[in-house]
Design a protein. Structure first.
Length: 137
């Protein structure tokens, strides 16, 4: 019984310490989260990242959806014309979209943005490069 009480006291103290600990800096969170994304997605192509991550909200045809939330269409979306815009949205988030780019490497962000900008009826020129994404972080 003493061991149980001691264990519960330690768990409680640990929880309090974690709650009072300062949040880790954004740069550290980004580096760790990007490493997690790299491990989970591996060498996934832009198409694979879109299918595994983006399509859950934007739909597999990239036409978006409305219901419990509004998920804008990526198909035929003129806001994608300048590659920096969708790259920044992926990295930083916007309105209801979370900053998914924090869980992706620079190359993965560039790959998925380039995939969306060249598929679903989109034929935008000028590829986003990993260096461009790195500068946005």
């Amino acid at each position: 019984m003493k061991k149980l009480i001691l264990s519960m006291a330690l768990i409680g103290a640990s929880s309090v310490a974690q709650a009072q600990a300062p949040a880790r800096p954004a740069a550290a969170a980004s580096a760790g989260d990007a490493a997690f994304g790299a491990r989970m997605l591996g060498e996934a192509s832009g198409e694979q990242i879109f299918t595994r991550v983006c399509a859950a909200c934007h739909m597999s045809d990239a036409k978006g959806a409305e219901g419990a939330g509004r998920y804008p269409a990526l198909a035929g979306n003129p806001k994608l014309a300048i590659g920096a815009y969708p790259a920044m949205v992926v990295v930083k988030g916007l309105n209801g979209m979370p900053p998914i780019g924090t869980m992706l490497t620079d190359q993965q962000v560039a790959d998925v943005v380039n995939y969306v900008r060249s598929h679903f009826g989109n034929k935008f020129k000028g590829a986003v490069k990993a260096e461009d994404v790195k500068a946005m972080r």
